[in-house]
Design a protein. Structure first.
Length: 271
């Protein structure tokens, strides 16, 4: 959908939204985050990812929203569910979750024309120590990036904050995928890289909307896309984790549009 509002574009092609647009993003983000809250109790050993997706599809419809992913470039599911060494864009299917599996569930909804996009990690059963550490570092790296969001900073500042934190914990940031602008469109400028140098890239301005969604691997950063043309996995089969929020730049910082209503954004052990 083309954004036909009168909001201006920066020289980098990034849309600057109006004050009233924040309300639309808030509503869309809340629906997406609430659906993930409601799915959390269903992530257990023995569940299948296609069952989880079916519930998500029903909840999107019940909320009076529309799935942004069903029909997107031929994709036919209301969520991407990425298990263990799947980095992103995992397709829901009949595979049964096992005890200790970790999974990212990514949901994007459209509410009154606005896109709410968020993902978070879940655990089926008992969590292993390495997986727990990976999830914690990935979660915290997202918030390191968010803390760099304020007018006058750059997108390089966001990427550097994430990269420095992750690499200090001897993990790696995936470089093949990135965050993106959104609003009344699913994907728009800029590309939000989760690595970079301070002071580089476009300057943040009030009214920019975008996602920050770092993917972090226990092993090396390289990925490959499987024959289905969607599923991205770690080349070395190491575990991968991801968290995603939709963000708006405010006059003095940021607003997170996709906060969990139930405080469930971080899985199982607080935070």
């Amino acid at each position: 959908m083309e954004d036909k509002s009168h909001a201006r574009l920066t020289r980098d092609g990034i849309r600057i939204h109006e004050d009233q647009d924040f309300a639309g993003m808030r509503a869309a983000g809340e629906v997406a985050a609430r659906i993930l809250d409601e799915v959390a109790p269903l992530v257990v050993p023995g569940a299948t990812t296609e069952e989880l997706d079916r519930v998500i599809t029903e909840k999107v419809e019940a909320a009076g929203a529309k799935s942004a992913t069903i029909g997107y470039k031929g994709y036919q599911h209301a969520s991407c569910i990425s298990v263990n060494h799947v980095v992103c864009h995992g397709i829901p299917g009949p595979k049964t979750l096992k005890d200790g599996d970790i999974l990212n569930i990514d949901v994007t909804v459209i509410v009154d024309g606005w896109f709410g996009d968020t993902s978070r990690m879940f655990v089926a059963g008992k969590l292993g120590r390495k997986a727990e550490r990976l999830i914690q570092v990935t979660h915290d790296s997202l918030f390191k990036g968010i803390e760099a969001v304020r007018p006058g900073n750059t997108f390089g500042d966001i990427g550097h904050a994430i990269q420095a934190y992750v690499e200090a914990h001897r993990m790696s940031v995936v470089r093949d995928f990135c965050g993106h602008g959104l609003g009344r469109v699913f994907h728009a400028p800029p590309n939000v890289l989760h690595y970079g140098r301070p002071g580089t890239g476009p300057v943040l301005e009030e009214g920019m909307f975008f996602t920050i969604e770092p993917m972090v691997n226990l092993g090396r950063p390289e990925t490959k896309v499987l024959a289905d043309d969607w599923t991205a996995v770690t080349r070395d089969k190491s575990l991968s984790a991801q968290f995603e929020h939709s963000i708006g730049v405010t006059a003095d910082g940021f607003e997170i549009f996709t906060l969990s209503p139930g405080g469930l954004f971080h899985p199982t052990w607080g935070g």
